[in-house]
Write a protein that binds this ligand. Sequence first.
Ligand SMILES: [Zn+2]
Length: 117
Amino acid sequence: MGLEIKDYKVLKALMQHTYHPKLIALAMWCSVRHSQFMITSAHRDDKDSLHYYRRALDLRCRWWNIKDISKIVDDLNNHWKYDPKRPLMKCAAYHDKTHIHLKVHDRTVCNEKGGKP
Ligand SMILES: [Zn+2]
């Protein structure tokens, strides 16, 4: 168990690109706190997606159930603020009933204490 990478395409995307430092920090934080997940998508060649700009990652875990996913998404969003100037924007969202989409902005901040600001 631990971190997994979905396939060679995702591995290649992770190795070939430089990611936003806040995304790296968020992914590292997530790996310490929720140690079992798989990175299912990193850089994508789609200019309409934050994945293109290396500000997004997708995660999933075969051991997660819907309750776990909600708790993880809430935990991430309670600790990480996507953009304090736009509080409705979130760092983590459950997408397509398949994965958690993580995203960051230049103004993303981590509140280590968690909870609502
Ligand atoms: Zn995504």
